[in-house]
Design a protein around this ligand. Structure first.
Ligand SMILES: NC(=O)c1ccc[n+]([C@@H]2O[C@H](COP(=O)([O-])OP(=O)(O)OC[C@H]3O[C@@H](n4cnc5c(N)ncnc54)[C@H](O)[C@@H]3O)[C@@H](O)[C@H]2O)c1
Length: 321
């Protein structure tokens, strides 16, 4: 069941950052048919123009969609604003200095969005995504559901793929969630993982596919955490799967789908945690996060979630907001 989604209006998405992630997302979004209008903005205006030219030449092969290089005024009637703008690490720079620069970028972009009275939902993708989601929220003063981070939606997709590959089952029959920080402290919520409705505790003994499923689970979980490092090692950046994960989130917003997605959201007492953004199962719809699902995590998973929150709060402590 979908919520009433934008009657009579055009579905408009603004993508900020026309680099690898922003342009790949635009390419995938155009093919999905979910948006009527996409505007791409980059501080490098030539890059935005070039990406748009390259994309619109594919229009005979897409569902109908208008794609253009955008400007500030595009925020005024955007339904979703996807922020992929970021600055790469400079030689000799510390992580904190990089974080401070990306914080300034996000704050400036949020100021521009607010100046246009945008009605849209903001989706933060730039890393570190949990911290920058928190920065955007604090800077805007908006309702917490309206600014969300892409969080571990990508990581959960990697997790589902690895389980499906390992177990020899269609990925669409695997329901699995990575929670916590989008980063090294994220963890697999095995208690919520199931194949065709069977919790793993039931499925693994019946399947008999592997000899030592407990240790193989640990390997799968670690492989999820290491995925980005491997891809960046091989080809310098990750963009295909994240571009698709963003289509999934944007689609849930544009169509008011009430989809359960592990986006990064501000916790306000849920799971015993407050004043930190991280990924937990959320119902995502036309106004962003509509509800946080306080799933019944086991003790170890709750401790892992709390450890992620501590790491993120420590990073926030040193940041000038
Ligand atoms: N959350 C996730 O799952 C996930 C996955 C992959 C990458 N990322 C992050 O996405 C971000 C983008 O990655 P990428 O590979 O596309 O990088 P990229 O360098 O290819 O693109 C970034 C773009 O942002 C633009 N930019 C910088 N400051 C800007 C500003 N103030 N306004 C407008 N545009 C601005 C740059 O000109 C550049 O074109 C990075 O922070 C990366 O770490 C997140």
């Amino acid at each position: 069941m979908n919520e009433k989604a934008l009657p009579g209006s055009r579905r408009k998405v603004v993508i900020i950052g026309a680099g690898a992630v922003g342009s790949t997302h635009c390419y995938a979004l155009a093919q999905s048919g979910l948006a009527d209008e996409i505007a791409i903005i980059d501080k490098n205006e030539d890059l935005a123009k070039g990406q748009v030219m390259d994309l619109v030449h594919g229009q005979p092969f897409f569902p109908t969609v208008s794609i253009k290089a955008g400007s500030l005024s595009d925020f005024a009637n955007a339904n979703v604003i996807v922020i992929t703008a970021g600055s790469p690490m400079k030689p000799g720079e510390t992580r904190l200095q990089l974080l401070q620069r990306n914080t300034a970028i996000i704050k400036n972009i949020m100021t521009d969005i607010i100046s246009q009275n945008s009605p849209g939902v903001v989706l933060i993708v730039s890393n570190p995504v949990d911290i920058l989601t928190y920065v955007a929220l604090k800077h805007s003063g908006w309702d917490r559901g309206r600014i969300i981070g892409s969080g571990t939606v990508l990581d959960s997709a990697r997790f589902r793929y690895l389980i499906s590959d390992h177990c020899g089952v269609d990925v669409h029959n695997v329901h699995a969630y990575m929670l916590g920080e989008h980063g090294d402290s994220e963890f697999a919520a095995w208690s919520m993982t199931n194949i065709a409705g069977m919790p793993m505790e039931e499925y693994c003994p019946v399947c008999k596919h592997c000899t030592d499923w407990k240790s193989e689970r640990r390997q799968i979980e670690q492989e999820v955490r290491d995925s980005a490092y491997h891809i960046i090692g091989y080809k310098g950046a990750t963009y295909f799967a994240v571009g698709l994960a963003l289509v999934r989130i944007v689609g849930a917003i544009l169509r008011g789908q009430r989809s359960v997605l592990t986006v990064s959201t501000l916790l306000n007492g849920e799971f015993g945690l407050s004043d930190v953004c991280l990924s937990v199962p959320c119902i995502v719809s036309n106004k962003g996060v509509r509800k946080i699902i306080e799933s019944n995590l086991n003790e170890q998973e709750l401790a892992s979630l709390s450890a992620s929150a501590d790491i993120l709060k420590t990073a926030l402590k040193d940041l000038k907001l």
